[in-house]
Design a protein. Structure first.
Length: 215
């Protein structure tokens, strides 16, 4: 699991999966990772790249392969992956795929307290989010179809997953909006009464005090 790793930052995994191709210096690593979209896949913070590379070297996952100077540029250290680095990379991927970890997206955080907004306002905001999601999904489908013409599917599975997650979110929002607009959502009267009166209904207040809200 991530907690037992000597280098926990996912940027470390991105580095290892890049350097496994051939030895390179950190600037080249960053260039290739950007080209491959690893900053999107792994939430990369580029300012920590050199620290992560040094930590990978410190723990024996990378080693210095040489130092080069190109023209007027300062010297650059070339790193290569070690056998321990290859083993760590493979083990890290196994953990991430096999062991689900709870993730808390900002949207989920907002949904946990969405009752502070009137249902009509929430419906409008959800529709706005849905419109943007549908635009993103359409663009992703088009891009994925284009990539599939030249790229082996092995290198597209993360894009397929991201698209599937967005499609699932859009489907859930459509269903939720339909419940809100049709009146099928079971707590609408109590919810509206809260905002019309400015006071939380006693039954809702009791649940909130007991910590049994949707959060």
């Amino acid at each position: 699991m991530a907690g037992r790793r000597k280098v926990n930052n996912l940027l470390g995994l991105a580095v290892l999966s890049t350097v496994v191709q051939r030895p390179m210096h950190p600037y080249e690593m960053a260039t290739l990772m950007r080209a491959r979209g690893k900053d999107r896949d792994m939430g990369v913070k580029w300012g920590s790249l050199y620290t992560v590379v040094r930590n990978l070297e410190k723990h024996g996952f990378l080693e210095v392969a040489g130092i080069v100077r190109e023209g007027a540029h300062p010297e650059r250290t070339i790193y290569r992956i070690t056998d321990a680095g290859r083993a760590e990379m493979a083990d890290w991927v196994r953990d991430l795929i096999a062991d689900p970890e709870p993730e808390r997206p900002r949207f989920e955080a907002a949904l946990s307290v969405c009752g502070v907004l009137p249902p009509e306002e929430l419906t409008g905001l959800l529709r706005r989010r849905l419109a943007r999601l549908e635009e993103d999904v359409a663009a992703q489908r088009e891009a994925l179809a284009e990539w599939r013409r030249e790229t082996p599917r092995l290198f597209l599975v993360e894009a397929e997953y991201d698209l599937a997650v967005r499609e699932a979110e859009a489907a859930w929002i459509r269903s939720f909006v339909e419940e809100l607009t049709s009146g099928a959502f079971p707590d609408l009267p109590m919810w509206r009464a809260w905002h019309e009166s400015g006071r939380m209904p006693p039954e809702m207040a009791e649940l909130a005090e007991r910590g049994l809200t949707s959060d």
